[in-house]
Design a protein around this ligand. Structure first.
Ligand code: S3P
Length: 438
């Protein structure tokens, strides 16, 4: 029997941005003193970064110093660093869990530290390519020993004397750029890192906000030099995560009668493809009260159901600005009027799972007409998605949240193999969704 479709309405503050939280935590190591972060992400991935930094000698505590903040209030913490020169060797390998940002950014940090730092992660992270960061770090003078498979975790980084490089990354990766810039801040001479595409520029914005000296060369190219002294402790207000908000944006665009407001969402130019794609599909998406918070563009995002979505083509240089949102956008594609086509997204194969394979497998099982390509997919949209199928998440948080929204828009509910993994980025996803369901 066909299920009754709910609508979603109301206001919801999505959790703090995961990418910005990772950076705020890691850049605190560049200071000597106590920095504060409010609105930080509750993601398990960010907990992994915190635990690794603690193992290197940073102290992280619920903040008592922020005005009006009670001890232990969620989302507000203080991070105290002894300065780069005061960091200590961890007695255990740094465990990054599921988090690519944690392991890659901290490898850049470890490359400049005069001791050995070992890294490991979960099964998914052990299968993700690390040479994109470790090869250039070796060129700078770090020494990497792989403990199981060349190019993959677990591995050990012997840091020390680094020399700057001029490096153009073959992939549009903000993680690669950030890791190499962190190493560059510890290297003799100049380090220039250039990335193609439109990746998120959180690092550049945060460097400017917290006073890390750098030179922006335009077109994704940044130059840094060795820090001669620790930077001053800072405060960062983290905006809501557009990658988490994306699930509600698509749900509101698909469920008739819906209308939601998502306050204070980060709308970094390297993250807002979801807004452009939904608009191109005919959705009503408005950005209200646009402002700048801790150097990042922020807006209240309103999405109102505006009829059936149209097909569109997503590809080219712009793809990196929505790489994490393609799983949930594919669901919008499955229900559009026309063809939804994605190309240039081969990076999806090396995320927390092979997301191209996972999208195609699950949407097909739910009754969608999907063609898989090496770097994307075509979906022939239809008015109804039958559902009633089993959805395999591969332990990937974004696939699990896509499944939960798919379960609302399909004719028949889905069975999902694992929803616990949503905690990797959004622990309260299901209760937040429930608060919007009408
Ligand atoms: C991130 C960059 C992206 C993104 C990831 C977070 C970051 O990865 O997919 O979820 O915080 O820099 P890549 O830089 O590898 O594209």
């Amino acid at each position: 029997m066909k299920q009754l479709q709910p609508r979603i309405s109301g206001e919801l503050k999505a959790p703090g941005d995961k990418s910005i939280t990772h950076r705020a935590l890691v850049f605190a190591a560049l200071t000597s003193g106590r920095s504060t972060i409010s609105g930080l992400s509750p993601a398990q991935d960010c907990r992994s970064t915190i635990a690794c930094l603690q193992a290197l000698g940073l102290t992280v505590e619920p903040d008592k110093g922020l005005p009006g903040v009670a001890k232990g209030e969620p989302g507000k913490i203080a991070v105290a660093s002894p300065g780069l020169a005061g960091l200590r060797q961890s007695s255990r390998p740094l465990y990054a869990g599921n988090s690519g940002t944690t392991i890659r950014l901290l490898s850049g940090l470890a490359a400049g530290l005069p001791f050995v730092t070992s890294f490991d992660g979960d099964e998914s992270l052990r299968g993700r390519p690390m040479s994109r960061v470790l090869d250039p770090l070796c060129r700078m003078g770090a020494c990497v020993q792989y403990q199981s498979r060349e190019g993959y975790a677990p591995y050990a980084v012997s840091g020390g004397k680094l020399a700057g490089i001029d490096y153009t990354a073959p992939v549009a990766s903000a993680q690669v750029q950030t890791a190499l810039l962190i190493a560059g801040l510890q290297a003799q001479g100049r380090t220039t890192v250039t990335v193609p595409g439109t990746p998120r520029d959180h690092t550049e914005r945060m460097f400017r906000h917290i006073g890390v000296p750098f030179q922006a060369n335009g077109a994704g190219s940044i130059t840094v030099q060795q820090l001669t002294a620790p930077i001053a402790p800072f405060h960062i207000d983290v905006p809501a995560d557009i990658s988490s908000a994306a699930f509600f944006m698509v749900a509101a665009a698909l469920l008739p009668g819906s209308g939601i407001v998502l306050p204070a969402v980060g709308v970094n130019p390297g993250r807002r493809l979801i807004v452009d794609v939904l608009r191109a599909m005919g959705a009503s998406v408005t950005l209200e009260h646009e402002r700048t918070v801790s150097g990042e563009p922020v807006a209240d995002i309103a999405v109102t159901f505006a009829g059936r979505l149209k097909g569109t083509t997503v590809g080219g240089d712009i793809i990196s600005a929505g790489i994490d949102e393609l799983p949930i956008l594919s669901l919008a594609g499955a229900l559009c009027d026309g063809l939804f086509s994605v190309r240039g997204a081969a990076e999806l194969r090396v995320k927390e799972s092979d997301r191209l394979k996972a999208i195609v497998l699950n949407l097909r099982a739910a009754g969608a007409g999907v063609t898989e390509y090496e770097d994307g997919f075509d979906i022939q949209g239809q008015a109804h998605l039958p559902g009633g199928s089993a959805w395999t998440t591969f332990g990937d948080h974004r696939l699990a949240m896509t499944a939960i929204i798919a379960g609302l828009v399909c004719d028949t509910p889905l069975s999902i193999d694992d929803t616990a993994c949503v905690a990797i980025s959004y622990p309260s996803f299901e209760s937040d969704l429930k608060s919007l369901l009408k």
